[in-house]
Each structure stands twice: as structure tokens, then as C-alpha cells.
Design a protein around this ligand. Sequence first.
Ligand code: ATP
Ligand code: MG
Length: 254
Amino acid sequence: MKIAIAGKGGSGKTTIAGILTRLLAERGQDVWAIDADSNPNFGVTLGLPPESVKQSKAMPSSILKEVTGADGKATMQLAMPPRRVAEDFGTRVSDRVTLLGMHTIEHAGAGCACGGHARVRHLLSGILKEEGVVTIVDMEAGLEHLSRGTDRHVDMLLLVTEPYFKALETARRASELARELGIPRVVAVANKYRSSEDLAAIRDYAEKHGLELVGEIPYDEEIQRADLAAEAPALNQEHAAVGAVRRMVQRLKI
Ligand SMILES: Nc1ncnc2c1ncn2[C@@H]1O[C@H](COP(=O)(O)OP(=O)(O)OP(=O)(O)O)[C@@H](O)[C@H]1O
Ligand SMILES: [Mg+2]
């Protein structure tokens, strides 16, 4: 199963990707966590100390190679099996979780991140069911990954939205592009709702626009506390946001 998490900037993509990854690992599932954001935060949200996140390297361009087809056209493809990419270039977060970085912008004016997007796209296309891992991709804010087809090969796109119009509109636009791309399952999750009115507004918008709402995650102080302390949120006590992600996992039968 390959799941990409997308949505408007700051809606909670990385937070939800982190909790989801750790809940799956907790029940014995191997997870490859791909940080497809050029401003990477997945590592810290998974509980890696900020210092080791700084040292972890992105996947190099050598994971792809150019091949010339029978028609004489050159195309890129994976130069090694996905498991080798994970072993050679991944950062071990825990026994079950390996983090793979897409691209880090190290210098201003260094150009576009298209190489990083291509690496993630090809890696995702190469990861097969037989690998026995769940792959969780934390996407960059906005819609560029959909125009580049970075998430073309995922099984499910999870669109995170907050209770305000611009975030909901971003989820709606993303869902249309994702369907155009042929992603088999496109679903939405409400995050950071603070009242029954917030929740009702999201449900209403989702229903009107044909968005399947698979999770409802409340605003939770524990998430804020953990973020400020550069830690992963606690999973052991039943915090409201973690509990809501657990229910979402059950509902999605991941
Ligand atoms: N359910 C929640 N309750 C409280 N705070 C939350 C919740 N979900 C996310 N946050 C907070 O919202 C902020 C943005 O979250 P996060 O970084 O996960 O969003 P993002 O969509 O990945 O952002 P970006 O677009 O920058 O990648 C963070 O400060 C995070 O701690
Ligand atoms: Mg993020």
C-alpha cells in the first residue's frame, strides 16, 4: 500500500503522516516514510532528533539511470531495486521505519526541485506489493506534485483540510487533479477542528463536492506541545488527535 498525504500549507500533512507511520509501525508493519517536501520536517515529526535530521542525506540522482528505448527515445528509470534505495540512502528511524528524503534546498537560487520529484515518482512506481511495506509520502504544500505526477503511482491520496474555505478549496482542486492522474482512491481528512460548527462546515463542503471524509482530527494541545519541543507527539496516552488517526486507520483498513 502506497499512501501520499497532501493539502494546503500548514494543514497538518506532516503531523498526520508522522502519527500514521508510527501507529502502523507500532502494530508491526514496516514503513518507508518518504519526505517529498524540499523543506523537510517528516524526520522530526517521526521523533528523530533535529541534529540527525540535519545529517540525513536526500536520495541522490544516481538512484535513476537513463535508458534508450527501441524508439531511440531516452527515458529515466530506477537504477536499483527500491529496497536497495531504502537500505543505502534511508535513515533508520526505528526497527520498523525508514525515512527517505527527496531533496533539500541548500542554496538560494539553486534551481528547481524537479530532479527530486522524478526520484520520488520513479521510486514509487518501483515499489511493489511483494515488498511487504507500507509507503507513506509526505507531500509539499499545494498542487505542484500533482502537475508533475510525483504521486501518480500511489494507491491512495489523503487530502488534509482545515475548517476554512481556502484549505477546503485546495483539497477539492487536488482531488480533481488526482482523479485525472488516475490515483485509485482519493479521500479527505478534516484536521484541527475546534467546534461542532467547524466539523459541520467541513462535512457539508465534503458532501457537496463529493469528497469522502475518512477522518476527523480535532485541534489537540499535545500536537502543539510536541512541535514546540521538536518531538514526536506521544502515542501511549490517548490524546484526541492520535485517537482520531487510530480510528481513521481502522476505517481505511490499512
Ligand atoms: N490536530 C492538530 N492539533 C493542533 N495542532 C496541529 C494539529 N495538526 C497540526 N498541527 C500544527 O499545525 C502546524 C502545521 O502542521 P504540519 O507541519 O503538520 O502541517 P503541514 O501541512 O505539513 O505544513 P507544510 O505545508 O508546511 O508542510 C504545526 O504547528 C502543527 O503542530
Ligand atoms: Mg509538512
